[in-house]
Write a protein that binds this ligand. Structure first.
Ligand SMILES: [Zn+2]
Length: 303
């Protein structure tokens, strides 16, 4: 089974294109805040710290569809809520706003693309966690094995079937994303950047794709590059990761070296792919994406 995921904007299947476009930038060297420049252990208290006993600030992340409206009071105490955690010493709750309820934000709720840049990087990550938890609960109301209605599993974050015992935990889908370079480090080194068939604007990014069952991350990098542009790469090294809540990915960023082959594009996925020097980059993705962070790290590496 092949699930295409050329760049993060494509991994974000189901999001309206207009929102993706609003988050994009054609300025290769603009300095926007990074989405995940820190380790998340600095953000969340250990998960055995439960917000119920927290005496400080309480925040309710009302999830309206897949948008968020944050308030210090819950709009309706009867709505389902989920523990997000102690987030930077505040108690955060995810509140599932029923689809037939009156919108507690009166239209002010923001999708996560729009919320990025209007929040701190940590708030954005925690809001993404809230949306993912609510969406997981919405889509695991029945057992996948025997269709019995599920119940929260005591003492853990799981939805359990009372009939057969199957427990469903929140899903995280790992997806690799890689910058491929050729040549020695320095001003003449080139990076491979490509434009996917469904990019709404002519933007060039790193290669990306979901990890398949039975595959390690390095293998996924080598396979995806071979499938999508026909090149052989090696020396795959990990750089950084980023939660990507569209709807529940974890982007794992790598740098790989070109070894051999000529560009042969997978036409149903790729419109164009080229090698670019640091001083001659095409339009690239915005700072919200780990793709941009991988490209920036390469550009700023004096090599
Ligand atoms: Zn069951």
């Amino acid at each position: 089974m092949f699930r295409p995921g050329w760049v993060q904007t494509e991994v974000a299947r189901g999001e309206p294109c207009v929102l993706r476009m609003s988050a994009m930038s054609s300025q290769p060297n603009s300095r926007e805040p990074a989405a995940a420049a820190h380790n998340t252990s600095d953000l969340y208290a250990p998960t055995n710290d439960h917000p119920a006993g927290h005496r400080g600030v309480q925040k309710y992340i009302h999830v309206v569809g897949s948008s968020v409206f944050i308030d210090t009071v819950i709009a309706d105490d009867s709505w389902d809520r989920h523990v997000v955690g102690i987030v930077q010493e505040e108690a955060w709750w995810a509140v599932d706003v029923p689809p037939d309820a009156e919108d507690p934000s009166y239209g002010a709720a923001l999708d996560l693309y729009s919320y990025h840049g209007r929040s701190s990087p940590g708030e954005w990550l925690a809001a993404g966690r809230a949306v993912q938890l609510v969406e997981w609960a919405r889509t695991h109301r029945f057992c996948g094995r025997c269709a019995t209605p599920t119940e929260p599993s005591p003492g853990e974050r799981g939805m359990k079937c009372p009939a057969c015992g199957l427990i469903a935990y929140p899903r995280v889908a790992p997806a690799m994303i890689t910058l491929v370079t050729r040549g020695e480090p320095g001003p003449d080194q080139e990076a491979l950047l490509a434009r996917g068939t469904n990019f709404p604007i002519p933007m060039y990014s790193c290669l990306a794709g979901f990890v398949e069952p039975g595959e390690d991350l390095e293998g996924a990098v080598v396979r995806e590059v071979a499938e999508e542009v026909g090149l052989v790469v090696g020396n795959v090294r990990y750089l950084q990761s980023q939660p990507w809540p569209f709807p529940h990915s974890l982007m794992i960023g790598f740098h790989a070296d070109y070894l051999s082959g000529d560009l042969v594009l997978q036409e149903d996925e790729i419109v164009d792919a080229n090698w670019y020097r640091k001083d001659d980059l095409p339009p690239i993705p915005p700072a919200i994406s780990v793709a941009r962070q991988l490209i920036d790290a390469w550009v700023n590496d004096p090599g």
